[in-house]
Design a binder for this molecule. Structure first.
Ligand code: B16
Ligand code: MG
Length: 218
């Protein structure tokens, strides 16, 4: 029986990837190089410091650990300028009604995100109160594809992985869910999420009963 839904944040609840992109681009430009949206795909679901390492590698730039911390903090300040202006209009289509569906049918709701800004973003868009449990980048020591973030979420909800459905937009997140023994629903395009049990384009008009039937009979 499914007892809980665990949601990734960026790309599932809201599209903050576009703000990460402009803030990382500003950092790359300040260091004298650039990268495109295709490269940005590699950063989805990846922690802040790992994202920085990938970007520096791309630009052929070497920094000390202290310099990295400084640039990561600077990038976060630029990112937060966008977050501070977010409104509830930026909640992705169908998410609010699906969260209400979960609440009304007694399904527990957890967040499993790599972002250290996750609580602030949920608060900003008015969704904080929906979450029974929030596991974010401040509470984990291992990044996706390690299943830690989802395992901590399930444990906090007192549910086993097989009693939870994970919703994820990044392939690393799907890998993490599978590694933890969860049902993994990809949110996005099927070609980009080949490992997911099922892929949905979004939450609009989602028939959850049918979704559960499909994944539990796989
Ligand atoms: P922060 P998710 C992830 O969020 C983003 O997809 C990823 O691009 C970002 O680097 C990471 O959070 C860390 O974010 O800098 O805010 O701590 O998809 O796991 O919800
Ligand atoms: Mg994501």
């Amino acid at each position: 029986m499914i007892k809980a839904c665990i949601f990734d944040l960026d790309g599932v609840i809201v599209d903050t990837a576009k703000y990460h992109f402009v803030a990382w681009k500003k950092l790359a430009n300040a260091l004298g190089f650039d990268f495109d949206e295709a490269f940005n795909e590699k950063l989805k679901g990846v922690s802040r410091i790992e994202s920085l390492n990938l970007i520096l590698e791309k630009g052929g730039v070497q920094l000390t650990e202290a310099e990295k911390d400084l640039w990561a903090a600077r990038k976060n300040e630029w990112y937060l300028e966008y977050i501070d202006r977010m409104t509830a209009d930026e909640i992705l289509p169908g998410v609010l009604s699906f969260l209400n569906y979960c609440r009304n049918t007694g399904l527990k709701i957890a967040l499993g995100s790599a972002s250290k800004n996750a609580p602030a973003i949920l608060e900003r868009v008015g969704l904080l109160e929906y979450f029974d449990v929030i596991i974010d980048g401040n509470k984990t020591s291992r990044s996706k594809p390690d299943p830690e973030v989802f395992l901590l979420g399930a444990a906090a909800l007192d549910a086993s992985p097989r009693e939870c459905v994970v919703f994820e937009d990044a392939d690393k997140g799907i890998e993490a869910a599978l590694a933890g023994g969860f049902f993994a629903v990809g949110v996005g395009q099927a070609e980009q999420l080949p490992l997911a049990h099922v892929v949905i384009s979004g939450f609009e008009n989602l028939d959850f009963t049918q979704l559960i039937q499909t994944i539990t009979h796989l």
